[in-house]
Write a protein of this length. Structure first.
Length: 215
């Protein structure tokens, strides 16, 4: 009697489990549900609007628990490179002193800010990178940038624009997905977090032989 009861109970549990699996939402439905939860959990405040929750191809492709396919990753990087705005007149290099201030400034783009103008923002570089040997507290999400220009053979900043590393660095800062589809680095130019002059100043910090980065 007990065995018969257990058999019926087991069969009922199995049937419920199968029915439950059959009714699970599809990945697309889960994405829609997640988006709905996100939008219901946030509201516009100051300069922070709900459009910040909208994802482009790169963000959507890299929000999954699985890496994007090779074809999708290539498309993300190609679109990122195409989005890069190169500096007017080829002025890639600014002032490393201003770049140093930007690297240590984490202000900008919060709902409390009064403007979305990039000139009010910092780069917050030290949150993810080591920049100079004097810095004792820095993030490790990104690689160390200490001796960035020196290790790449930049000896004269006035002639730096003729070196491939300059265009690479500009593109990486402007839209980090240019060379890594799922890069965690902010897309400073693409997202209008920094303007061209500010990017040029950060470029100087990284490449100028006189900056603390290359000492």
């Amino acid at each position: 009697m007990k065995k018969t009861t257990l058999a019926y109970t087991g069969a009922a549990v199995l049937a419920l489990a199968i029915a439950g699996c059959a009714s699970l939402p599809s990945p697309a439905e889960l994405d829609q549900q997640t988006a709905a939860v996100m939008k219901s959990s946030f509201h516009s405040e100051g300069i922070a609007k709900l459009d910040r929750l909208d994802q482009d191809l790169g963000q959507a492709a890299c929000s999954s628990d699985k890496a994007p396919s090779e074809d999708v990753a290539k498309r993300v990087m190609a679109e990122a490179v195409a989005s890069v705005k190169w500096p007017a007149g080829g002025q890639y290099i600014g002032d490393w002193r201003r770049g140093e201030k930007l690297a240590q400034n984490g202000r900008g783009m919060t709902w409390r800010e009064k403007t979305t103008d990039p000139s009010a923002n910092g780069g917050s570089c030290y949150n993810c990178h080591q920049i100079s040997k004097e810095e004792i507290s820095y993030g490790t999400i990104g690689p160390s940038l200490y001796n960035y220009g020196k290790n790449r053979g930049v000896r004269d900043v006035t002639a730096a624009t003729s070196q491939p590393i300059v265009e690479y660095t500009w593109a990486k800062i402007y839209n980090s997905k240019s060379y890594n589809a799922c890069s965690n680095m902010p897309r400073f130019g693409h997202a209008k977090l920094l303007n061209d002059q500010q990017i040029a100043d950060v470029m100087a910090l990284l490449l100028d032989p006189g900056s603390p980065v290359n000492q």
